[in-house]
Each structure stands twice: as structure tokens, then as C-alpha cells.
Design a protein around this ligand. Structure first.
Ligand code: SF4
Ligand code: SF4
Length: 405
């Protein structure tokens, strides 16, 4: 940007202000940018009125002291919870997508590349190492716009590689947009075969659904619980192979179920607290956030958060007798009883006492898509006209921000 501006105005280059005004680490939240602009414009009163996060702290070595952190992880019921698992003795290369999160939970998933370059680092490494094979993760959205070229290049370079291609049906990382074009599993297989992929295998949570697609007879279909064995077989094969994992995005499934556009099985999983021994196997097997610690007089056990559970049932694939499935069950919902609520005279409503002493504060509403973060942010912003100074600063990624000044 700096170079472009200077080239455009060589005789009178504009003043470029960057580092002194904005921090070079952390998040550039709207209030940080607004504060910097107000200061640059000499609007000190305005700058003073904008709430800022606490100033960063540095230790004696000058390193930034980080606050409490919650590492990102896959959503409950996310197909990546299964598909990014690796067999012992293998590693995987990462790309850009939700699956990049696998790098944070398993050091064997490493070295992220740009979209369309998945696995290409291995093409350079392979001639100089005794390592025989690697896996590389890729999503169907990436495959459609550029990932196929990486696979083509891997075939051309004759390296032993298995692409783990998740077909979840959405560009989930950026909010669940549709994939740029139509790309069904049968079409994928046809295209990959035409490119020269040696062997293609499909894994899924729903064998009946995938078998009904009428896939070619030389493309085996396995249940996801066989993933470890399937990957062990693939890593022994020469050349480029592809493992397609066909399972829809959990968050999009949740959204569509709420709208009545996706089958919502009336089956819920529970953990019987009197049988659970708290070993944690259900959590490590399913990698699921909805399996929570449950403190009891007999020690820590586990329970399933029924609000966040996305019903993918990978937790019941272990051998634990504590996991109970209840068929025909629906979660209890609060029932309103008594008289119908009278029509609301909004002008008569008193402003709530927030109890906040500061004259400036911010709210960060956390959550993931489908859990209401945008709705809460939007409702708060609708309240803004009646609440002077309340601003809705938009939402970004997995959270909404509302600020009052
Ligand atoms: S439910 Fe079963 S697998 Fe999970 S912690 Fe309890 S005993 Fe272990
Ligand atoms: S069914 Fe089990 S694994 Fe699936 S989302 Fe619910 S708690 Fe998690």
C-alpha cells in the first residue's frame, strides 16, 4: 500500500502512518482503529471517549505477557474431529481451512501452506528424506477453486501422498457460504480419477447415504470408525491417493435443522453419571467440546451438554457402557404459562440499571455460528436508539461486539 501510494504521487508523496499508531500484534479491533484515527485527527476528546483494552504487558525479557487464552478447537460434532486424526507413525501437512485447527491439537499436523499449495512442501522434501509418505488435509471449498491443482502437481511429482479431502458441503471457515460450484462426491471421484489419482477411498458417518450415491465399484466406502485402518493401508501405497471423508459441517447442519431443512434425528446421547468412571475416553475418541467435566462426590465424571451437542454420535463409537442413547427424545424447553403478555408500551420501559461504573465499556459476545451471537448483537444494536451512545460495531468471525460510550 505504501509503495503504491508513493509511486502514484512521487512529487508529493502522502504521509504514511502505521506502526506508531497501531499495535503490531493482537487484534485490530474497531475501537483500537477508531482510537488511533481520532488521535491522528487531533480529536483528543473523541479518542478519550473510546474504550480501549488494557495496555499490553511485557516481561523482563521484553516478551509480551499473554492473558488467559482459550485455544480454538473444532465445533461439537465437526467432521474434522474424526477426519484429521492420524495413525501412529504418520504426519500430515496442513492447509487453510477449519482443519488448520488440527495443528493446535496434534503436533504431527504441521506446516501450513496457502490454498492450492497443500502438500507441495512434501514434493520438495521427499527426495531428501527416508520418510516414505505424508498425509495432506484439504477441504472441498479449497479443492474447487485451487486445491485440485495441488493434487495435480503431487501426481506430477510422483511423491507418495494421501490427500484427506473433507466433503462437508460448505465453506465453513468463513461462515458457511456455499462452495463456489457444484461438486458432489461422484463428480470428485470422476475428476480425481481423470487426473491420475492411484486409489480413492471414501469414509463417512452414514454408509447408507453414501452407498446410495452409486459410486464406482473400485472406490471402497468405509465407516468413519475404520479410518485408522484405512489410513494405514493408504500410506503403504505408492503415488498419490485420496481419502474423501463425506460428512456435513456440524454447524451448518445445526442451522439447517433449526430451520427444518435438515433431518433432525430424535436421538440424544447421555452419559450415565453412576456408571461413568471419568476416564475421558469418550472425549479423546470424539474430540468433542460438548463432553464436559462433571464434578460429583465420587470425583470428576463427564456429561454431555445437550444445548451444544450437534448429534453426530461419534462419542458413542467407543466401548463405554456409560453412554446411553435415548430414542424419540426431545430437549425440554421452557413453557410460558398464565395470561398472554399484554402489548408492550416501549416508551414506558425504564432504562435498565447496568450497574457499570465506567462511562465507557464493551461487550464481547462469544459463541459460534448458529448459537445466537449475531442475534444477540443485532438485538442490542436495535436497542441503541433508546440507549444513547450504544453502538453495534459489527461482528467478526465467531463473536459480536457491542459498545456503549
Ligand atoms: S463416559 Fe465412559 S468414556 Fe467417558 S469419561 Fe465416563 S467412563 Fe470414560
Ligand atoms: S453426539 Fe456426542 S460427539 Fe456428537 S456432538 Fe453430541 S456429544 Fe459431541
Amino acid at each position: 500500500m505504501k509503495a503504491a501510494l508513493h509511486e502514484a504521487a512521487l512529487t508529493n508523496p502522502p504521509k504514511i502512518i502505521g506502526k506508531p499508531a497501531l499495535p503490531s500484534f493482537g487484534e485490530l479491533a474497531p475501537n483500537i482503529v477508531a482510537h488511533a484515527i481520532a488521535r491522528l485527527l487531533g480529536k483528543d476528546e473523541m479518542a478519550h471517549a473510546i474504550a480501549l483494552p488494557p495496555a499490553p504487558q511485557f516481561d523482563a525479557q521484553g516478551q509480551l505477557v499473554l492473558g488467559p487464552m482459550r485455544m480454538p478447537t473444532f465445533c461439537s460434532g465437526c467432521p474434522h474431529n474424526t477426519s484429521t486424526k492420524l495413525p501412529d507413525g504418520s504426519r500430515a501437512l496442513a492447509g487453510i481451512g477449519c482443519h488448520t485447527i488440527a495443528m493446535l491439537s496434534d503436533p504431527r499436523t504441521m506446516t501450513v501452506s496457502h490454498m492450492g499449495g497443500e502438500g507441495m512442501l512434501w514434493a520438495g522434501q521427499a527426495p531428501f528424506t527416508d520418510e516414505k509418505h505424508v498425509f495432506a488435509n484439504m477441504g472441498d471449498g479449497t479443492y474447487f477453486h485451487s486445491g485440485l491443482l495441488a493434487i495435480r502437481a503431487a501426481i506430477a511429482s510422483k511423491v507418495n501422498i494421501t490427500y484427506k479431502l473433507l466433503v462437508n458441503g460448505f465453506v465453513s471457515m468463513t461462515g458457511g457460504q456455499p462452495v463456489d460450484g457444484e461438486i458432489t462426491v461422484p463428480m470428485l471421484i470422476q475428476q480425481l480419477k481423470a487426473e491420475g489419482v492411484r486409489h480413492i477411498v471414501v469414509t463417512t458417518e452414514d454408509l447408507d447415504r453414501v452407498r446410495a450415491l452409486g459410486l464406482p465399484s473400485d472406490v471402497p466406502v468405509h465407516h468413519r470408525r475404520d479410518l485408522d485402518r484405512v489410513q494405514r493401508e493408504l500410506r503403504e501405497m505408492a503415488g498419490c491417493t485420496v481419502l474423501i471423508h463425506d460428512q456435513a459441517c456440524a454447524t451448518e447442519r445445526r442451522r439447517l435443522r433449526k430451520r427444518g431443512q435438515w433431518a433432525d434425528p430424535k436421538v440424544r446421547t447421555f452419559i450415565h453419571p453412576e456408571i461413568c468412571e471419568g476416564c475421558g475416553d469418550c472425549g479423546s475418541r470424539s474430540n468433542c467440546l460438548s463432553i464436559e467435566p462433571f464434578e460429583t462426590p465420587l470425583g470428576r465424571k463427564r456429561r454431555i451438554n445437550q444445548s451444544s451437542c450437534n448429534k453426530d454420535y461419534s462419542c458413542i463409537e467407543g466401548f463405554c457402557p456409560s453412554l446411553v442413547t435415548v430414542h424419540g427424545a426431545e430437549a425440554k424447553r421452557p413453557v410460558t404459562v398464565g395470561r398472554a403478555r399484554p402489548a408492550l408500551d416501549e416508551s414506558a420501559l425504564p432504562l435498565p440499571d447496568t450497574g457499570l461504573q465506567r462511562d465507557s465499556w464493551g461487550v464481547l459476545i462469544t459463541g459460534i455460528g448458529g448459537t445466537g451471537v449475531v442475534t444477540v448483537g443485532a438485538v442490542a444494536s436495535m436497542a441503541a436508539p433508546g440507549w444513547p451512545g450504544l453502538q453495534y460495531l459489527g461482528h467478526h468471525g465467531s463473536g459480536s461486539e457491542v459498545r456503549e460510550r
